[in-house]
Ligand binder design. Structure first.
Ligand code: ADP
Length: 416
């Protein structure tokens, strides 16, 4: 073999790493994943972009590096990430040329994106054009991608993976609101759904775990965390989900209200003289667990307070669990049956009490819950229904970054 051929082969072998980026307006989370075994080599976060700055970088062996740095924009954060990742004592690669491609998480892809795509100028313009549908997220994603392109150059392909893409299979009867049709035509007002990467990941993983093709299954996936959503996955496709036009709809969450009668919102705005922006802040940041309990948005705090006799903390927990049950029943009816129920997200993976309470009295639906198996289990893949249960119940820790890396690698291979 000639030396250059051997060099090329080595290049292909070592260029099996994908950098996954989840950027917000003031932060940039990253993971470097080796696609040969799908292991995480390094991960970290650049925080306080535009207002100071700090990088926290962790290696697979547990070593951690922290530095306060000035990040006026995302560009300086990416420059620091490259420096820490490839030089000095905390380097995870010998050079950034080991990275084959970069995958970016994008919150809103609207009706334009039904799957992950390679970043082109046209793709960026389209994401920019729907910024109004996700004003807090899409502009920040665009800033991050442009900064990333500047730092990594044109030779590293970049891919965008959308939270909404998995839900683009919903039929109009599920995604339309009962509003005058002109608002859909003029402003694209409809249900988009979010957490799609997570619902897609856990439903696919369920198929692997139970050894069945999910194209033959009816699954309800419950992503329960600070933000929560439930999805009806019929034959491998999302056919309905609880989040809507924005991630505010559906279940009550940490600080978000979830679904509320629109008249109640208009009534409160009128009574309190609130502007749309002020009402939006209340619905997004002061409602949900926090708004009801008045003590915390965190499920763990509420559980502790409820156990100590706080009635409002107890009520918040009861409301959340009741709403989850309601969605499971509704989606089983929508799909005409149920084969499996999956719990994921910070609460779904860790709160064994919540899983037990949600699955209580669900025998009528074919759920035979195994309390003993479920008890005390946190963050691991496990079947928690009895062997005789018609509906299989599983805990499946989500891994959105891995799915972003897989999509990115698949597109990278296609264009080589
Ligand atoms: P996000 O939606 O921000 O991704 P996560 O999925 O990380 O959130 O979930 C965070 C939530 O998970 C926390 O607010 C907390 O309520 C819940 N959580 C984390 N660990 C536990 C636990 N051991 N028991 C119960 N709830 C937990």
């Amino acid at each position: 073999m000639t030396e250059s051929k051997a060099g090329q082969l080595k290049g292909v072998q070592t260029r099996m790493k994908v950098l996954v980026i989840n950027a917000g307006s003031s932060s940039l989370k990253y993971q470097l994943i080796d696609m040969r075994d799908e292991s995480v080599i390094a991960k970290g976060v650049c925080e306080r972009i535009g207002n100071g700055g700090k990088i926290t970088h962790k290696l697979a062996d547990g070593r951690k590096y922290e530095e306060e740095v000035d990040f006026p924009t995302h560009t300086e954060a990416f420059e620091k990430l490259v420096e820490v990742m490839s030089t000095g004592d905390y380097a995870a690669v010998s050079g950034m040329d080991e990275i084959s491609a970069i995958g970016h998480r994008i919150v809103q892809g609207a009706e334009y994106f039904t799957e992950s795509v390679l970043v082109t100028e046209e793709v960026l313009k389209t994401i920019e054009s729907i910024a109004e549908l996700a004003p807090l997220h899409n502009p920040a994603h665009i800033r991050a991608i442009r900064a990333c392109q500047k730092v990594f150059g044109p030779d590293v392909p970049e891919v965008v993976v959308f939270d909404t893409a998995f839900h683009q299979t919903m039929p109009p009867k599920a995604y339309m609101f009962g509003l005058p049709y002109e608002y859909y035509e003029k402003y694209n007002v409809r249900k988009y759904g979010f957490h799609g990467t997570s619902h897609r990941f856990v439903s696919a993983r369920l198929g692997e775990l139970v050894g069945r093709n999910i194209k033959d299954m009816k699954i309800v996936t419950c992503h329960l965390g600070n933000g929560s959503s439930i999805c009806a996955v019929n034959r491998g496709h999302s056919v309905d989900t609880s989040m809507g036009f924005t991630p505010l709809d559906g279940l009550m969450m940490g600080t978000r209200s979830g679904s509320v009668d629109p008249s109640a919102i208009l009534y409160i705005m009128e009574k309190e003289g609130l502007s749309p922006k002020e009402m939006s802040d209340i619905l997004n940041k002061k409602s949900g667990n926090l708004g009801i309990s008045r003590i915390s948005s965190d499920d763990r705090d509420l559980r502790k307070a409820a156990a100590e006799g706080n009635p409002m903390a107890n009520l918040a927990g009861e409301m959340f669990r009741y709403q989850i049950k309601r969605y499971i029943g509704a989606y089983a009816a929508a799909m005409g049956g149920l084969d499996a129920l999956v719990f994921t997200g910070g609460i779904g993976e860790n709160s064994y009490s919540l899983r037990e309470e949600v699955c209580d009295h669900m025998e009528f639906l074919g759920i035979e819950f195994d309390k003993e198996k479920n008890d005390g289990v946190k963050g691991k893949e496990l079947e928690i229904s009895k062997p005789t249960s018609k509906v299989k119940v599983w805990i499946i820790p989500t891994n959105e970054e891995l799915l972003i890396a897989r999509d990115t690698m698949a597109i990278y291979k296609r264009i080589q």
